[in-house]
Design a protein around this ligand. Structure first.
Ligand code: SAM
Length: 243
């Protein structure tokens, strides 16, 4: 794993809503360096902070394609941005660590809850065999499906629905990525995780501290939970009840 160079802390580029591809590419590279820098700070073991494949996906997927026109100048800032309907595209650093923690492999089938803009799904699609993604807000679901098709992500299947129940038809999943904060861990998602699988999920209320949890299902179907970090996500909505 090569050590990344100096972090570009100051974004010298003034990207416009119509920034050209070269400007975006430079801004994206700076964003990747910044994400790596923060991941290194968070991990004090001396190990590589993030898997190189994850960094490469982050450096390839064009975040400016996933944000509304007026947000494009800020597309490569390391922060969440509004995507409409009170929702956000997640902070690149959080996308990176969530992706890294599920240890994506080339043969994996992954479920994402909360398609939003489609950005997290696009990052996953570069790393795994197939991504299934569920979004509860119809215009976001439609917009993401059209965007992902236009950008050529042909290993992503999306649907409109309440992700609390998962997607039984395509289970079990090697990994599940939940990108909205749940009040508790949805039992259906645990059931749909294959033995050996990993789930990353923010848990907590809208106005209380949320914890990003990594769940691993052992081969004998026990759940091991690791607390990763305090985070802030929009809530997992829907009228769902435990089954
Ligand atoms: N992954 C997204 C991306 O890359 O742009 C960002 C996700 S945003 C932080 C959370 C998303 O979860 C929102 O689009 C929201 O509408 C969606 N969501 C909330 N509750 C949901 C549910 N029960 N089922 C599916 N999606 C849900």
């Amino acid at each position: 794993m090569r050590v990344r160079g100096a972090v570009c802390c100051v974004m010298l580029l003034a990207l416009t809503a119509h920034g050209d591809e070269a400007d975006y590419a430079i801004a994206r590279a700076a964003m990747v360096d910044e994400v790596y820098f923060y991941a290194t700070l968070a991990r004090d073991t001396g190990e590589a902070a993030l898997n190189e494949d994850v960094m490469q996906a982050l450096g390839t997927v064009e975040r400016h394609e996933f944000v509304p026109a007026r947000q494009k100048p800020f597309a490569y800032e390391n922060r969440p941005l509004p995507i409409g309907y009170g929702q956000t595209i997640s902070q690149p650093y959080i996308v990176a660590i969530m992706t890294d923690l599920i240890e994506p492999g080339g043969g994996d089938v992954v479920l994402e809850i909360g398609t939003g803009s489609g950005y997290q799904a696009a990052i996953l699609s570069a790393l795994v065999h197939h991504v299934y993604s569920i979004e509860i807000i119809e215009p976001l679901a439609d917009g993401a499906a059209a965007r992902l098709a236009r950008l050529g992500h042909d290993n992503i299947t999306t649907k409109l629905g309440d992700g609390y129940y998962g997607w039984q038809e395509h289970a079990p999943f090697d990994a599940i990525v939940v990108t909205a904060a749940a009040s508790h861990i949805p039992p259906s998602l645990v059931r749909q995780l294959r033995p050996g699988g990993r789930m990353i999920i923010p848990v907590g209320g809208q106005f209380t501290t949320q914890q990003l949890l990594l769940l691993t299902k052992t081969d004998d179907e026990k759940i091991i939970t690791r607390q990763i970090a305090a985070v802030r996500f929009v809530p997992l909505t829907g009228e769902h009840q435990d089954e």
